[in-house]
Design a protein around this ligand. Structure first.
Ligand SMILES: [Fe+2]
Length: 283
């Protein structure tokens, strides 16, 4: 069984700075503490981009400080809010392909994890230039087993105009590169959307989840002015469990602080009485 943690859109700002009224540093530290406590047996953590909010040096330093708490190795992918050179300064040992993009593979007993860099500085849209697409094609070609793709931008529209305006530009080119291998691609994990979305595309399952700081409100209509509605829905991380037969993704509300209660009644009380009158909890 391959077990790893999917985190996304941490949007770190400098220590002590708030973002939309929230503290991204604290939010990430709470996630890492929970992961350390309950999932110390996992292979790794993958953060699918928007590591920082403004791409600042102090923000990457804040990220490094927070990640020092993790007992698991962490794979860092860039998103549209990141800055490649400043990221590289703060994380000199981070992955790099032959062209300097933050891309790499990890081969596991259950297949190959491929990490992609869709950042084009100056735009919030996603970008996969020919160099990066060629790299992806070569990595797919050289392995014969199952593949798991990780990227910040989804490679297709997700039906929310407010987000699709910042989608991957090279959707057709990406599709052409993966097409010969799509029966071996078992999952695409992405970020960017700040919402839980899962389904399949071209027969390939995909998933994303809420960020650790702020969220995007579900708006399938889109505002006339193109402005993006955002929300304070709770953050989550994903626990991914993979073997030859199944990919399981448990999405966990790690800031849940209400009661945990048992489903079965105590001795002497019927299920009906327990469920209908045995609680003094009210919303
Ligand atoms: Fe984001």
């Amino acid at each position: 069984m391959l077990k790893f943690i999917h985190l996304t859109d941490t949007h770190l700002v400098g220590q002590g700075v708030r973002l939309y009224g929230l503290d991204p540093h604290q939010r990430l530290k709470q996630a890492l503490a929970d992961i350390n406590k309950h999932h110390g047996d996992a292979h790794s953590i993958v953060i699918t981009g928007d590591l920082t909010n403004w791409g600042g040096e102090d923000e990457y330093q804040a990220l490094a400080d927070a990640l020092a708490l993790s007992r698991l190795p962490v794979r860092l992918i860039l998103g549209n809010h990141d800055h490649r050179a400043r990221f590289r300064n703060a994380f000199p040992d981070a992955m790099a392909d032959e062209n300097g993009y933050v891309q790499d593979v990890t081969d596991t007993d259950f297949g190959r994890m491929i990490f992609l860099d869709t950042l084009m500085e100056g735009t919030h849209a996603g970008w996969l230039c020919e160099e990066r697409l060629n790299w992806l094609g070569a990595r797919l070609k050289e392995t014969g087993g199952p593949v798991y793709l990780f990227m910040h931008h989804p490679p297709f529209d997700i039906g929310m105009p407010g987000m699709d305006q910042y989608g991957l530009i090279q959707k057709e080119e990406f599709k052409a590169v993966i097409h010969p291998y799509k029966s071996r691609i078992r999952q695409i994990f992405f970020g960017h959307i700040h919402r839980p979305i899962h389904g399949e595309w071209l027969g390939i399952p995909f998933s994303t989840l809420r960020g650790t700081n702020h969220q995007v409100w579900m708006d399938l209509e889109g505002r006339a002015d193109g402005n993006l509605p955002m929300s304070y829905e709770r953050p989550a991380y994903g626990v991914v469990l993979i073997d030859q037969t199944i990919t399981l993704i448990h999405e966990h509300d790690y800031l849940y602080d209400d009661e945990i209660y048992l489903g079965d009644p105590p001795e002497g009380l019927s299920e009906y009485d327990y469920a209908t009158t045995g609680f003094d909890h009210h919303e």
